[in-house]
Design a protein around this ligand. Sequence first.
Ligand SMILES: NC(=O)c1ccc[n+]([C@@H]2O[C@H](COP(=O)([O-])OP(=O)(O)OC[C@H]3O[C@@H](n4cnc5c(N)ncnc54)[C@H](O)[C@@H]3O)[C@@H](O)[C@H]2O)c1
Ligand SMILES: [Zn+2]
Ligand SMILES: [Zn+2]
Length: 345
Amino acid sequence: MRALVYHGPGRKAWEEVPMPTLQADTDAVVRVDAVTICGTDLHILKGDVPAVSDGRILGHEAVGMVEHVGSAVKNVRVGDRVLVSCITACGACRFCREGRYGQCLGGGGWILGHKIDGTQAEYVRVPFADTSTYLAPANVADEDLLMLADILPTGYEVGVLNGRVRPGDVVAVVGAGPIGLSAIMGARLYSPSHVVAIDKAGSRLEAAKQFGADVTVNNTVQDPATVIAELTGGLGADVTIEAVGIPATFELAAALVRPGGHVANIGVHGKAATLHLEDLWIRDVTITTGLVDTFSTPTLLKLLSGRQIDAGRFVTHHFALNDFIDAYDVFARAGETGALKVVLS
Ligand SMILES: NC(=O)c1ccc[n+]([C@@H]2O[C@H](COP(=O)([O-])OP(=O)(O)OC[C@H]3O[C@@H](n4cnc5c(N)ncnc54)[C@H](O)[C@@H]3O)[C@@H](O)[C@H]2O)c1
Ligand SMILES: [Zn+2]
Ligand SMILES: [Zn+2]
């Protein structure tokens, strides 16, 4: 079969590799029908994720058809259409038993396209298939379902739920890439009074409006603090969500929150950011961090099949699997191409 293989920083190839096989009786092998590329894959290609070694098949998001199952797999059968989640869960360890699957101690967590071969291939082996795949609802298209593999649970769990968004809140989302847009979509479920999207790219702010932002701020030309102050009588946002992953945007999210408010960090940070405790200690602020757990996937599946969220809105480009290199190029140049999520099928 063919797969997108990482060969060290800056090097990747769509090449012939051996077919995956069952290695444990809890595994499934899934034929990949739809797959996408994540910003994290671009981080890997820059060499920012050293755990990914030469020869690794990338990708941690897919929808496909179950081709083989191990003898201990109970929930999915050969021929089932499933979502392959970015988080694998053993289902039995201390963290899995509290729904904290991202922190799985039993061999799961974020492993696909990281510690084991991933989904950017014609077939993928999925460990702990019972607790790491979800049956596809009949009325949902593959590419809509694919958005539930990573971005939608990430924005919802690590942004909206950790940030405790409540009706009437002013929610400021810093960064309007796929993750920030997912947080905007998730925040709307709670009827906020205003969602403010902050980004330095005009194209991303246009997208934010489509996803339900009431106010957009280009922070290279306008001070977000002034805009938030006007909306909140000078208090600050009830919830700020950081969806970029650099020190400046974390510090901005911490500066924009009101006393008693929540700062939910989603961004993956490679550098130390300054925590201004000299300002924050007196403000009763809660700051959360998190790796997505995907415990919300069943909820999001219901919202998707009930047409309460429009996941297909993320999909800006389509490619055939054989055009993986072109798809990476379009996704990596999102500023020029307007790419949010690219789907290969
Ligand atoms: N915590 C998790 O479990 C988890 C899961 C998936 C992704 N992530 C992380 O979430 C972050 C966002 O992911 P994404 O795919 O949306 O990324 P992205 O790069 O597509 O989007 C980031 C956005 O931030 C904007 N931006 C950059 N610098 C800015 C600045 N100084 N001020 C304002 N806006 C700025 C960019 O214009 C862009 O629109 C990344 O760090 C990613 O690694 C975290
Ligand atoms: Zn991802
Ligand atoms: Zn576990």
